[in-house]
Design a protein around this ligand. Structure first.
Ligand code: CAA
Ligand code: NAD
Length: 292
């Protein structure tokens, strides 16, 4: 493995998980957030997850401390200049991602691979905004990153074999099971999973059943680990809305269109578990379905 220094941009749900698994796997990891408050929140999230792994006896206290020591935190993009790979996990907006990759392109060395964890944007559209189109891939991790084994490794028509192989090897080195995917919006999983979540919202809007009953039906009827509304809250309602808009814009197929109810929930600032409310209220010990 010729990658040792990893940069992670964005320390929300996904960035914190990616930074954690990379640090646990022995990489030197530097995390960048937009300001000190977000950085501190991300730092706490990683620490809590590492402590939880120790409590569950998945990690020894020594391993946790070693992983923690391999992590550093910054608000400066320039602190990522020496990284071998930079993985972006910021908001699902092409403009924001391209502004970031443009800045990184000026700062990082020739050999640095750029990777995006985007759920729905085309990797090609980000690679095209840089001068390293051959050294650009998608590395799509799944939520929660410490638990989910899959990583979709996405190549564009310009990604070199060497870059793809290095990124694939990196995904394996952080303990994941990588699969190769073409650069189409939604790759493999979200092409199937996003319409499923959106259909559940349409079903609710039509009054087919309650939030709790639809979730129970899919867990007990199909053996899914969580129902679609718990999953929406888990992914983030704001993120799901952006993903849906991007996929609808790409395919112009109704099944990707954001249901009006989804937009209304976003307007109310209910972003799911991370904000305390979504389809459920997450403030208590157990999630409570909200009147919608
Ligand atoms: N960090 C670390 N470990 C976690 C965790 C987290 N955030 N959440 C749960 N775990 C671990 C627990 O420690 C536990 O481990 P042990 O069994 O070894 O003790 C294990 O996961 C199971 O956890 P729980 O018993 O607390 O809860 P659960 O059985 O309900 O499992 C779950 C939780 C793993 C999240 C499970 O419900 C699940 O698999 N849900 C589906 C997740 C999913 O579909 N993810 C994909 C989202 S879509 C996406 O990511 C793509 C995109 O672009 C939007
Ligand atoms: P999030 O809202 O939890 O976190 C995003 C973080 O990025 C925030 O903390 C924000 O402050 C930070 N940020 C924004 N602009 C930044 C910049 N220029 N530099 C540094 N930090 C910046 O979102 P998330 O759920 O972690 O999603 C991040 C990315 O991962 C998105 O592209 C999303 O589509 C993708 N993704 C999400 C999931 C999921 O289930 N939530 C799964 C796979 C992939």
């Amino acid at each position: 493995m010729d990658i040792s220094k990893v940069g992670v941009v964005g320390c929300g749900l996904m960035g914190s998980g990616i930074a954690e698994v990379a640090a646990k796997s022995g990489f030197d990891v530097r995390v960048r957030e937009v300001n000190d408050d977000f950085l501190e929140a991300g730092r706490k999230r990683i620490r809590k997850s590492l402590d939880r792994a120790v409590e569950k006896e998945k990690l020894s206290a020594e391993e946790r401390d070693a992983a923690w020591d391999r992590l550093s935190f910054t608000t400066e993009v320039s602190d990522l200049a020496d990284r071998d790979i930079v993985i972006e996990a910021i908001v699902e907006e092409l403009e924001a991602k391209n502004a970031l990759f443009g800045a990184l392109d000026e700062l990082c060395g020739e050999g640095t691979i750029f990777a995006s964890n985007t759920s729905s944007l085309a990797i090609t559209d980000m690679a095209a905004a840089t001068s390293r189109r051959d050294r650009f891939v998608g590395l799509h991790f799944f939520n929660p990153v410490p638990v989910m084994k899959l990583v979709e490794v996405v190549r564009t028509i310009a990604t070199s074999d060497e870059t793809f192989d290095r990124a694939f090897a990196f995904a394996k080195a952080v303990g994941k099971a990588p699969v190769a995917a073409k650069d189409n919006s939604g790759f493999i999983v979200n092409l199937l999973l996003v319409p499923y979540m959106l259909d559940a919202i349409r079903q609710l809007d039509r009054g087919v059943a309650s939030i709790a009953d639809i979730d129970t039906a899919m867990t007990l009827g199909c053996g899914y680990p969580m129902g679609p509304f718990t999953l929406c809250d888990f992914v983030g309602i704001d993120t799901l809305y952006k993903i849906s808009e991007i996929m609808y814009d790409e395919y112009r197929e109704e099944r990707y269109a954001p249901p009006p109810l989804l937009r209304r929930i976003v307007s109310m600032g209910r972003y799911g578990r991370k904000s305390g409310q979504g389809f459920y209220d997450w403030s208590g010990e157990k999630p409570v379905p909200l009147e919608i």
